[in-house]
Design a protein around this ligand. Structure first.
Ligand SMILES: [Zn+2]
Length: 883
């Protein structure tokens, strides 16, 4: 699964409005599950730390056949799920299946049953006589469901186009039981079959092979059946059905197709373009042919994540689609590669329990970056690993290891540890072994565990066997312990001895959780323009290393190949940074030089950064130079940016437009307006619109209203106008925003509509009378689309009108993981704080009035006093004059 930046934006409404720049993996997970984890939470309440393990498998599930008829109007499904199983080691008296809020109408079995019991989370079937070990048994459950998770409708009633109507599912981690019953844990695999009955003009997609498509004359519905004939885990069973269109191609024997909701098919090609090349690359690099029969990708509206790698059917967010006019600002390459490689890592082999999730996600992120290297070159790949590392190397109050069993909810495992740190573990392992041996080990690991579930020791044992290496320490420090090395590196040159001294200190706090690290890397000295590499081992708290060199090196680089995950502090003289800034063989070194040089303010540094912004061969470095000039923030830095706005690469051009607006001055507003007049790329126009939010323009306010009402790809101009309005905090925008949100509810994406509700609430916070806005928001609080509901409730919290408390209270409940109930709780907290503020304010005002009264009295007294004295003096004077 890919948790895209878009996904996080939709979840964190406020972040959506302040811009995506610093959104990283959230520490607190937004994936909320059910079933197994609830037991754990109960245990957590009072019984000490919880450890999570895969449950026992009492039976081997052989095959699951799901037959569902969705009702698009009611947003319900009627289903019959048939499960074939046999008891593993003990005769089976009862079988417990995961099933959330299913309305079960009948259960039948070919083994005589004593009865069954249905709870909100389970169906427990009791047999007359225990089922014998190894006896193949079949169980059929007939039910209806109104899924709140796991299966999602996109219908006109929820604000979507009729022509795009569809539904889709999301199983991982524990959402599948919301639409069919089964054993829901990835330590079990079975074949599966999905039949879906829909109107004849709809398309049905699922895992594996299309085996049957026929119209049932009694209902007029088309029944479409897909069979996944290779065993996979339950969370990978998927269904998408509705008004889709497709484009397709092949790679060898493998059909590749890309589906979108009907109205979006024109955008499909841009996102589909790399698919065949990605498959070819992975087959060659991994050395194992694509393990399934076909690969479909289907884009759905408002997907719950970035993408999901169901076997042979990946579901993708519609946010990945982009038109040509956005140039290279958007790309589906990373998402498509990530989900595709999951077909091997995650699907062909699957983590046995969530504590080993990195075996899915770390591999997906790592191979996604390898494809980037294949397509866009080594610099692009290295730069990707550099940026990924920056997301990991942050101070956290609570560092957890990658393999960690204390989670309360499986969703907590889907964070930077499984994804980016997992990928970095593989990068370091590849560096330890050498790429060829690494590839051989991974191929063997896949072959040996094909179509089964794995834990980290399965990987370790293959690598140790084939490499002869002892890797316990490697995995212990990186996977089973937390944290990363924090290194302070310093360098001294002794001209007399022609000796370079490099000192390395490990400064991370070593504890039971975080080890003193042991690692290999290199030092690179650039002498006479040539690199001189020295292998080093870091294994002590403090190390001094000496290297004889012919001449003083122009550059000293620590870890020049970027093969060690470490937070490195290495202060260097300016001359060395300048040399590093232009080293065309060292993209990461150039970036590190920019990071160091942006702390300087001198003209020479500005001139060099300007040269990099306009001439560096790698766009990421050019973009970083622009950001650095903004941070330097001198007159010269502004001029350097203003003179660098003509950038051929749209990614850099957008950055310069943003950075020019980082300077608050009339010229910056002028440049922004020029961009609005001349720029064609809507994403860059959007950046310029956001810039307007920094200026009280007077008279130009209409411009924002025009953009708010305009149509653009994914409403990027409207979103930017909303962000600018929010920054300006001008009540003038309240009415236009309210009207536009009401009119555009059907055509705006849901995330924009909910952002508009929150923006409206934000602008109205200081109004004396919030009644109209409150009533407007309350009108959406019971909307059938849960995202709209959550958005409206959040906005009521933002509005801060205590009169909304009784409404918000009606959404409170007992389920702490329900999104609506959580939104209500959070809004209520905010509203109660606002309410408490009122008496405090009154108290403060009373105090102030009392003080003023006292002051006034004092002044009056003093005035009286002065007056009396003056009178006395005047009398005296008069007397004097009289004298
Ligand atoms: Zn993933």
């Amino acid at each position: 699964m890919k948790r895209s930046i878009y996904h996080l934006i939709s979840m964190f409404l406020v972040l959506a409005l302040i811009g995506p720049a610093h959104v990283a993996f959230a520490e607190d997970s937004v994936f909320l599950e059910c079933g197994h984890v609830l037991r754990a939470r109960a245990a957590a309440e009072g019984q000490g730390p919880v450890y999570q393990y895969a449950p026992d498998r009492k039976v081997d599930i052989l095959h699951v056949a799901i037959d569902v008829t969705p009702d698009f109007k009611d947003r319900t499904v009627a289903g019959v799920t048939t499960i074939q199983f046999c008891p593993i080691a003990k005769e089976l008296a009862e079988l417990s299946l995961d099933a959330v809020d299913l309305d079960v109408t009948s259960v039948s079995s070919d083994a005589p049953m004593a009865g069954y019991n249905v709870t909100d989370k389970k169906i427990v079937v009791t047999f007359d006589e225990p089922v014998a070990v190894g006896r193949k048994t079949s169980l059929a459950i007939t039910y209806e469901a109104e899924p709140q998770q796991g299966l999602y409708f996109r219908t006109p009633e929820l604000g979507y186009n009729e022509e795009d109507m569809h539904l889709f599912t999301q199983g991982e981690a524990h959402k599948a039981p919301h639409w069919y019953p089964n054993y829901d844990y990835p330590n079990e695999r079975s074949t599966s079959e999905v039949t879906c009955r829909v109107p004849q003009d709809m398309t049905v997609l699922s895992n594996g092979t299309l085996v049957c498509e026929k119209v049932d004359p009694s209902t007029g519905l088309k029944a479409v059946t897909w069979l996944q004939a290779k065993p996979h885990v339950n969370y990978l069973i998927a269904l998408a059905a509705g008004h889709f269109k497709k484009i397709e191609t092949r790679h060898g024997d493998i059909p590749l197709a890309f589906y979108t909701p009907a109205s979006m098919i024109d955008l499909a090609e841009n996102s589909f373009q790399d698919t065949a090349d990605i498959l070819a690359f992975y087959e060659r690099y991994i050395g194992i042919p694509y393990p399934w029969n076909k690969y479909d990708q289907v884009v759905v509206k408002d997907f719950v994540a970035g993408g999901m790698e169901n076997t042979t059917l990946t579901i993708l967010t519609d946010r990945t689609l982009f038109p040509d006019e956005t140039e290279n600002i958007h790309s589906s390459q990373g998402l498509v590669a990530h989900e595709f490689v999951h077909q091997w890592f995650g699907d062909y082999v699957t983590c046995k329990d969530w504590s080993h999730l990195w075996l899915n996600e770390g591999f997906a992120v790592y191979y996604e970056k390898l494809y980037d290297g294949h397509k866009n070159g080594r610099d692009s790949m290295l730069y990707g690993f550099y940026l990924t590392a920056q997301g990991i190397l942050r101070d956290r109050s609570n560092e957890k290891p990658i393999v960690w069993r204390h989670y309360d909810d499986a969703g907590e495992q889907f964070d930077y540890r499984a994804y980016s740190k997992g990928a970095w573990v593989l990068r370091m392992l590849s560096a330890e072994l050498g790429e060829d041996l690494f590839r051989k080990c991974i191929k063997t690991y896949l072959e040996r565990h094909a179509l089964s579930s794995v834990t980290t020791p399965d990987l370790v044992s293959v690598v140790e066997e084939l490499s002869g290496r002892s890797l316990d320490r490697f995995f212990d420090q990186w996977v089973y312990h937390a944290g990363f090395p924090k290194l302070t590196v310093s360098y001294k040159w002794s001209g007399v001895d022609k000796l370079a001294k490099v000192s390395i200190r490990q400064t991370q706090k070593v504890s039971d959780d975080v080890m003193l690290f042991h690692g290999h890397t290199k030092l690179r000295f650039v002498v006479h323009g040539e690199p001189v590499d020295k292998e080093i081992v870091i294994d002590e708290k403090e190390q001094d290393l000496y290297f004889p060199l012919e001449e003083e090196p122009a550059v000293v680089r620590f870890d020049p190949e970027l093969t060690l995950l470490a937070k490195v502090t290495f202060n260097k003289p300016t001359a060395m940074l300048y040399a590093q800034l232009v080293d065309q063989n060292d993209v990461v070194g150039r970036r590190l030089a920019i990071e160091a040089l942006k702390k300087k303010k001198d003209k020479k540094t500005v001139a060099r950064l300007k040269a990099v912004l306009n001439a560096d061969p790698f766009w990421g470095i050019r973009r970083a130079a622009s950001q650095a000039l903004r941070e330097i923030h001198t007159e010269e830095a502004f001029d350097a940016l203003a003179e660098s706005m003509e950038q051929p690469d749209a990614r850099v051009r957008r950055q310069v437009v943003q950075d020019v607006a980082g300077f608050y001055r009339p010229e910056s507003l002028d440049l922004t307006k020029r961009v609005l007049e001349t720029e064609r790329n809507p994403e860059i126009v959007a950046a310029a619109i956001r810039n307007l939010g920094k200026y009280q323009m007077g008279g130009d306010g209409d411009l924002l209203i025009q953009y708010l009402k305009s149509d653009s790809h994914r409403s990027c101009l409207a979103r930017a106008a909303l962000q600018a309005m929010r920054m300006l905090h001008d009540p003038e925008y309240i009415e236009p925003l309210k009207e536009t949100a009401r009119d555009r509810h059907g055509s705006w994406p849901t995330w924009l509509f909910t952002a508009a509700l929150d923006g409206l609430a934000h602008l109205s916070r200081d109004l004396d009378d919030k009644t109209t806005v409150r009533e407007f928001l309350v009108g959406y609080a019971s909307h059938p689309h849960r995202n709209v509901q959550v958005g409206a409730i959040n906005a009521l919290g933002t509005l801060g009108d205590p009169k909304a408390i009784p409404v918000v209270q009606t959404f409170l409940g007992e389920e702490p993981y329900d999104r609506i109930e959580r939104a209500a709780k959070s809004a209520l907290d905010k509203l109660q704080k606002t309410k408490e503020l009122v008496p405090e304010e009154v108290i403060a005002l009373r105090k102030l009035v009392d003080e003023l009264r006292k002051d006034t009295q004092k002044l009056t007294d003093e005035l009286e006093d002065v007056k009396k004295r003056l009178d006395a003096k005047e009398t005296q004077g008069e007397n004097d004059s009289e004298n």
